[in-house]
Design a protein around this ligand. Structure first.
Ligand code: ADP
Ligand code: MG
Length: 742
């Protein structure tokens, strides 16, 4: 085991064992900094414990060096050669967030003085930056789960590190159960579970008393301030607090927690503007945003130093970072002295009864609030401004965030587990077992889609579906699209919907009052200060850009892409126009199209094409001039999304079919009329329930394409049922006539 950080050989400390080249100057500079991180104090103890145990749990404050250092310690201590010496095994380190996987792997590559994508790589959905040389791979927990589908014993890996375990994401929770099983069959495999909070005893219980190592943090005291009265508008309050700090507090960077891209960009603009209005009375600032869809080059900006004072002796410069939850524990930013915590984050909620999963801006937990304030005391004593009352903190915040598995639609995870050969889901070793109703719902959905047969066994179709990194409805739509002679178009549509989904979600912004505390009441959240409808309208949806100054022109541009039958087809129009204009950035600019979203969609499409080819699924299109061109596309959509249909009642309201929830067309829709039947991509839970990305379909198709779902003997009483009855009769009559004519 070498004493230096990056694996110099014993006889020559200046040669990088990975590249065979001498270390750069920068390597030694970073090494000095690394050695001061708290985990280095326990390097030997850690490696000793790992050598003697198959599972190890490591708990340490954010910033103690877990994510960047521990995988390197392991890399330098274990032999990665397989017994037959044919190949090298790898070390995996999972991250719940894509941004963290990318950012941290880049940093570690730099620390090891190697090129990213070679010895150190990362893998996230739709982007693999690793090679045959890779020995240390950072990957999202979801990606490791996908890898397990083709490599059930995870034989590529020698050590698996599940990082950010306290986040309890759905994929991490499933990995817990899975790897626990794999470890029984692979005695050479080791597991390290890393976490930032002390729920560690729970992990210890789950992993049969595995040793627990605690890395003492080096946190400085953080003074907490609460507001006297509840804030009406947390965004405005956050900006006001930034200004107060900048004008009145000594030097030190500021970290503001907000909930999504749109809100963050808005806040950054406002902060920059207000500060520039103050002229040179105050120090210069660098305002930086941080959220999951930010391109990598922009993510790096959070690590840049604050700007120097404008003139010598002038007020100091400050860095102001406005971030989502990513900065809570996933990424450590040095130099933060002030934290502003409005008390919200975007969280998934799921109601199995009506099969609705939504991202909602919801109150954070006490544990989260504690983590957030901790970010202020990394390098010196700091201050945390909580934009809620102390009473609210004590009475309204739950102690911990509920694990995601208790708040999610499980259809996708169940499909993955089935593919992994785990049939008995009820007895699967979940750390927190999901509600039986949620599991039943997932099985039912997969059965309707034809992925599972009536015994719950994975079908051939289900197997192919599990290979696509898409939701089951979407993969079903894609797989059957050749039968409707439109797989090219459905591919583009899937790409448009997947490539920009994170952007779509980030638009969702609701002010939720602090009234909810239990999971049951999560669904009955009491809202206060909701966005009014025209505010909703002002939020640009997904691939369209809508700059404040030129909203009219942007709306006109969007209208030019509009398709009379709905939003899915509008997305398709945008994609086609983008390709016809040779992906030209200036065309995108002129037409208010978000080039980043389109580029990402195009990349997603190419990957989906490859998976289609693997299963010999035909790429085909109906003649564009044929009357059936759009009809076929809409029918194929229905073949996947027949469970997401709403019917327009006589009262003028839409009701979701079977679940009978009143929903409204989202204001962003391009539909200028109210079709009797619509298919929707997304259910948005706010003060009113909206369906977003909506397309007109015909009732007759429901009884043709999904009669098993629209089986009237098993259908709740509603207006739609009457209509369907007539449609079935009509269909029967049509058949009889046809027979007569023969
Ligand atoms: P932990 O996982 O325990 O929260 P990390 O390993 O992520 O800690 O971070 C340890 C330290 O590494 C941070 O305090 C920071 O100084 C440094 N660091 C991490 N990522 C970067 C980066 N991209 N650029 C510069 N410094 C970084
Ligand atoms: Mg970390």
């Amino acid at each position: 085991m070498s004493e230096s950080g990056g694996g110099a050989t014993n006889n020559n400390h200046l040669i990088n064992r990975w590249t065979g080249r001498p270390f750069s100057q920068r390597y030694f500079e970073i090494l000095e900094k690394r050695k001061s991180l708290p985990v280095w104090q326990q390097k030997h103890q850690f490696l000793r414990t790992l050598a003697h145990n198959q599972i190890l749990i490591l708990v340490g404050e954010t910033g103690s060096g877990k994510t960047t250092q521990i995988p390197q310690f392991v890399l330098n201590a274990v032999d990665l050669e397989t017994p037959d010496k044919c190949r090298k095994m790898m070390i995996a380190c999972t991250q719940p967030r894509r941004v963290a996987a990318m950012s941290v792997s880049r940093r570690v590559a730099e620390e090891m003085d190697v090129t990213i994508g070679e010895e150190v790589g990362y893998s996230i959905r739709f982007e693999d930056c690793s090679s045959s040389r890779t020995v240390l791979k950072y990957l999202t927990d979801g990606m490791l789960l996908r890898e397990a589908m083709t490599d059930p014993l995870l034989e590529q890996y020698k050590v698996i590190i599940l990082d950010e375990a306290h986040e309890r994401t759905l994929a991490t929770d499933v990995l817990f159960g899975l790897i626990k099983e794999v470890l029984k069959n692979r005695h050479d495999l080791k597991l390290v579970v890393m976490s930032a909070t002390l729920e560690a005893e729970k992990f210890q219980g789950y992993f049969s008393g595995a040793p627990l190592m605690k890395v003492p943090g080096r946190l400085h005291p953080v003074e907490i301030f609460y507001t006297q009265e509840p804030e009406r508008d947390y965004l405005e309050a956050a900006i006001r607090t930034v200004m107060q700090i900048h004008m009145g507090e000594p030097s030190g960077d500021i970290l503001v927690f907000l909930t999504g891209e749109e809100e963050i960009e808005d806040a950054c603009r406002k902060i920059s503007k207000e500060i520039s209005n103050l002229g040179d009375q105050v120090g210069p600032v660098k305002v930086v945003s941080l959220y999951s869809t930010l391109p990598p080059a922009m993510q790096q900006k959070i690590f840049e130093p604050p700007p120097p004072p404008l003139k010598e002796g002038g007020p100091p410069g400050r860095k102001i970072i406005v971030s989502t939850n990513i900065a809570e524990t996933s990424l450590t930013i040095d130099g933060i002295v002030y934290v502003i915590d409005p008390g919200f984050s975007k969280q998934k909620v799921y109601n199995p009864r009506v099969r609705v999963e939504s991202l909602l801006v919801s109150p954070i937990s006490k544990a989260s609030a504690h983590q957030r304030s901790g970010r202020a005391g990394r390098t010196q004593p700091g201050k945390c401004f909580r934009l809620y009352t102390e009473k609210s903190f004590n009475n309204d915040l739950q102690p911990q965030t509920y694990p995601e598995i208790l708040r999610s639609n499980l259809a996708n995870s169940v499909l993955t587990l089935k593919k992994l050969g785990i049939d008995d889901l009820v007895h699967f070793d979940f750390m927190d077992p999901p509600a039986p109703e949620t599991l039943m719902r997932a099985l039912e959905v997969l059965n309707y889609l034809g992925a599972l047969d009536d015994d719950g066994t994975l079908t051939k179709l289900g197997e192919i579906m599990s290979e696509f990194p898409l939701d089951p409805q979407m993969s079903k739509m894609l797989i059957v699209s050749p039968e409707f002679n439109c797989s090219n178009e459905i591919l583009s549509m899937c790409a448009m919907l997947s490539g920009i989904i994170p952007l779509i979600f980030s638009i969702l912004c609701v002010c939720v009052s602090f009234k909810c505390s239990g999971l049951a009441s999560m669904h009955l959240l009491t809202y206060r200060g909701l966005l009014c409808d025209n505010q909703f309208l002002s939020l640009a949806p997904n691939c369209f850009v809508r700059p404040r100054e030129v909203q009219k022109a942007a709306d006109e541009a969007k209208a030019r892409f509009g398709h009379i039958d709905g939003d899915h087809l509008t997305l398709l129009n945008v994609y086609h126009a983008y390709k016809q204009n040779n992906e030209d950035p200036s065309w995108c600019y002129d037409n208010f199209v978000n080039q980043r979203a389109l580029k990402s969609a195009d990349n997603v499409r190419q990957q989906l094409v490859r998976i289609m080819a693997r299963f010999s699924l035909k790429l085909c299109s109906t003649d564009f001039n044929s009357r059936d061109y759009y009809i076929n596309i809409r029918k194929a959509m229905l073949a996947g999304y027949f469970m997401q249909v709403a019917h327009l009642g006589r009262t003028g309201h839409y009701l979701t079919v079977k679940d009978n929830q009143v929903v409204h067309l989202h204001p962003s829709t391009c539909l200028d009329h109210k079709p009797e039947w619509v298919i929707y991509n997304e259910y948005v839970l706010t003060s009113r329930n909206f369906i977003r990305t909506v397309t007109d379909i015909r009732g007759g198709w429901l009884v043709d394409i999904a009669p098993h779902y629209y089986d009237l003997s098993n259908f709740p009483h509603c207006e739609a049922k009457g209509v369907l009855e007539r449609l079935y009769k009509k269909k029967k009559k049509g058949k009889e006539e046809a027979r007569k004519h023969k």
